[in-house]
Design a protein around this ligand. Structure first.
Ligand SMILES: Cc1cc2nc3c(=O)[nH]c(=O)nc-3n(C[C@H](O)[C@H](O)[C@H](O)COP(=O)(O)O)c2cc1C
Length: 181
């Protein structure tokens, strides 16, 4: 199935690991967005894009939003990787809304969104990401425990540690969807 492209943007490897898994399962071409100079959209009927969540936004999603014309009529999938737990329905709904809002109208309707779990290793974070997480922790640590959202609790529980919640089997529904199963 070489008419499928899997494109990813990954800072610390989670979106990349899922991209490798998905591309292998689909026999698709695999692209790191950072290495793309020119992309031949005409070669593909299906484009899967994956990126990590950073402050509620999908890293690299501009790859789709800035090529709406070239992507018109194609089957599109977006997957996100984040600390947020996708087994919680409200988290998935929120991420779906975020993705669809960031895409121009014709391609938003064509896009199916999948949410996977990533991880975090505080020893690996860039200076600015480290500072962002420290600020976030500062803000949420003042909240009363019963007022914390699930995501906020995860941030406090994992702060300063290395955690890896990636689970490649979570990508199987995306693979099945693209295969039309
Ligand atoms: C500065 C910063 C902001 C983040 N914001 C979110 C977020 O809004 N939602 C979420 O679920 N995860 C968030 N994360 C966790 C990342 O999405 C997670 O580490 C993911 O696995 C990153 O994927 P990547 O390594 O492929 O870039 C954040 C991490 C950092 C360092």
């Amino acid at each position: 199935m070489k008419n499928i492209a899997v494109v990813y943007k990954s800072n610390y490897g989670a979106a990349r690991s899922y991209a490798i898994y998905i591309a292998k399962a689909l026999g698709a071409d695999l692209y790191d967005l950072r290495r793309i100079k020119e992309f031949d959209f005409s070669r593909y009927d299906t484009v899967v894009f994956g990126g990590g969540l950073y402050a509620g936004k999908v890293n690299g999603l501009h790859f789709l939003s800035s090529h709406a014309l070239e992507l018109a009529g194609k089957r599109l999938c977006v997957y996100t990787t984040g600390l947020s737990d996708p087994t919680i329905g409200a988290n998935v709904e929120r991420m779906e809304k975020t993705v669809k809002k960031a895409l121009p109208s014709p391609i938003a309707e064509q896009t199916r969104v999948f949410c996977f779990r990533g991880g975090i290793d505080y020893d690996e974070l860039s200076f600015s990401h480290s500072a962002m997480m420290a600020m976030l922790r500062q803000v949420i640590s003042h909240k009363r425990p019963e007022k914390l959202s699930n995501d906020e609790r995860t941030i406090l529980d994992t702060y300063g540690k290395a955690v890896d919640f990636t689970d490649m089997t979570a990508a199987n529904p995306l693979v099945a969807f693209v295969k039309g199963e």
